[in-house]
Design a binder for this molecule. Structure first.
Ligand code: ADP
Ligand code: TRP
Length: 334
């Protein structure tokens, strides 16, 4: 069975971008693959979260994963920092990752711009840690949104390079995965770009009905089309992209037609969009709080997931160490 792995950083609540770009695919894949899903708490340290908030951040994502439908009986669900094998692989992959290629990564260049006073080495080697997350389980498929394409490419390069460098076949080349043809990019409601935690333009799985309506009704639009079949400006196209994601086909067709013949009323479009978002997210919201509070259940889920993840990681690391040439004086294993 092919191996699937993915994770989300513990940097706040999950939004529609996380859900449709990543999480919904995790849920769909659970029945047909050997799945590992985790919370990337180490990756979230690049932005220096306060120690008092750190654990709550991890617990939030865990509760939101489970409330969305990740099933601990089907998938190994774990926290990155509970699997130290990832970090040993990270050190080893760092030795075959080069400063130039890491500096050229788009996400690194973005971060330098966003946080010029905190350009730490963890930011530079972020893709190496991510490659370690993936390769430690020898994953074949990685469900992620479009923004992670370049990081996935780096994981593929490192898998190939390791195999060549150490004349081995330890790692398969992982592929980014989405059902549909393309990786998804969920836009924000502010007119341009993607929905993101740091962009402040998100609709969250934990939002209540009122705030969802409010956010959607406030979305940027324009004065409306004046010529038949005219091209949509980006903010309007973004609303249609969201509609295509959450609504059924006939609704999308109805509004596309009314846009094309200039009878569209953006108020109606937004009302429908808010309603369809609520239909998808409110049942999830209803489960989050209860799961968050159930410490015993969360502990059980993570215990099972961590045991599975460490077993898989240790098997890979054994091969890796052999390939690199380690032979311990402390064990007779060879
Ligand atoms: P954020 O970008 O909000 O900080 P993360 O970087 O932790 O969230 O992303 C976790 C997962 O969600 C990744 O697989 C990423 O590709 C996906 N994702 C995040 N935002 C979007 C978006 N707007 N559209 C599609 N996928 C997204
Ligand atoms: N970098 C990913 C993001 O920001 C999170 C992540 C860390 C990840 N390690 C991963 C995703 C391994 C997939 C596989 O979204």
């Amino acid at each position: 069975m092919e191996i699937v792995l993915s994770g989300i950083r513990s940097t706040g609540h999950l939004h529609l971008g996380n859900y449709y770009g990543a999480l919904r695919n995790y849920i769909k894949m659970q029945d047909n693959f050997n799945c590992f899903f985790f919370i990337a708490d180490l990756h979230s340290l690049t932005t220096h979260p306060h120690p008092d908030d750190f654990h709550a951040g991890v617990r939030t994502i865990l509760a939101e994963y489970l409330a969305s439908g990740l099933d601990p009986q089907k998938s190994a669900i774990f926290v990155q920092s509970d699997v130290p094998e990832i970090l040993e692989l990270y050190i080893l992959l760092n030795m075959i990752s080069y400063k130039g290629e890491l500096e050229r990564t788009t996400s690194f260049k973005d971060k330098i711009r966003q946080q010029p006073d905190n350009v730490n080495a963890g930011l530079l080697t972020y893709p190496v840690l991510m490659a370690s997350d993936i390769l430690i389980h020898r994953a074949n498929l990685v469900p992620v949104g479009k923004d992670q394409e370049q990081h996935l490419e780096m994981a593929r390069v490192l898998a190939r390079r390791f195999n060549t460098f150490y004349n081995s076949e330890v790692f398969p080349e992982p592929k980014a995965f989405n059902f549909g043809d393309d990786l998804v990019k969920v836009p924000g409601l502010d007119g341009s770009g993607k929905m993101g935690k740091s962009e402040g333009n998100g609709v969250y799985l934990c939002d209540d009905e009122k705030s969802i309506r409010k956010k959607v009704m406030k979305a940027v639009t324009d004065a409306g089309p004046t010529e038949h079949n005219s091209e949509m400006p980006e903010p309007v196209a973004n609303l249609f992209t969201l509609l295509k994601i959450v609504s059924d086909q006939s609704t999308v067709e109805e509004f596309t037609n009314s846009y094309n013949n200039c009878t569209i009323r953006y108020g109606d479009l937004k009302k429908q969009l808010a309603e369809d978002i609520c239909k998808q997210t409110l049942p999830i919201k209803a489960r989050i709080e209860e799961i968050y509070k159930d410490e015993e259940y969360l502990r059980k889920v993570v215990k099972r997931g961590t045991d599975l993840a460490r077993e898989s990681a240790q098997a890979t690391l054994k091969e890796v160490r052999k390939a690199v040439g380690f032979r311990s004086f402390l064990s007779s294993d060879d």
